[in-house]
Design a protein around this ligand. Sequence first.
Ligand code: PMP
Length: 282
Amino acid sequence: VKVIVNDKIMDRSEAAIDIEDRGYQFGDGVYEVIRVYDGVLFTGDEHLERFYSSAEKIKINVPFQKEELFDLMNQLIQENKVKDGSVYMQLTRGASPRNHVFPGKDTTPVLTAYTKEVARPVESLENGVAAMVADDIRWLRCDIKSLNLLPNLLAKQAATEQGCYEAILHRDGLVTEGSSSNAYIVVDGKIKTHPATNLILNGITRQVLIRLCEQNNIPFFEEAFTLEDLRNADEIFVTSTTSEVMPVVKLDGKEIGNGKPGELTRKLQVLFVEEFESVKKA
Ligand code: PMP
């Protein structure tokens, strides 16, 4: 199996990372996870756009043109014969003697990428999943897709230990997002999700969903909602690149609605599948 280190595609066994790589020591870098459906990158443009934007926000210069990155990722997908899977790519500030201060211009950022096969979570998409509520203890730049994921990991681990798929986070009672997803409620046929501020990651799946709702006249509001709204919602769902539109049918042990995926959530699932199916064919 092949991986990318900087501008080269090589065997995974040949890839080497310096022990003083700043990504390894400080989490000083950014990343993306891009879905591959039937060998084709889904919303690759949007993900690469966010990759550059995350890098810029932490003052890392991406040492590649967007087209070069696209070509590299597509080559990797072909080499590894990925059918339904994902590409993980990350860029760190590079390797240099450990120091909080940024290294000089002679240190170049390090790009790595690999692929894997990932099946669609069809069973969960069909039946829905359980979630729990947790405190959002993250920093105030959650709009950056940074390698620093400790608070997210702690929340996800707590959720897993509770038999939950996801932890839905809140700051002082206002719901922000999931530990690795965006979170939504449906109330009286209207969808609500936290606005794309510094407190959430503006998910690419979220952006696709907003567009699909616009195109299909489904009322969508980028408006923060409370824990109480969440608990009393008609429907809850979360979205991400690998979770797609995932119904949440149980929150902190209590059923949401009738304990089955909601009607509007199901409709969004259909629209989302149509969307990636049409891109595949194009
Ligand atoms: N929020 C957080 C904190 C995430 O980690 C993710 C998944 N990377 C998302 C939202 C969803 O983003 P996307 O739809 O681009 O996968």
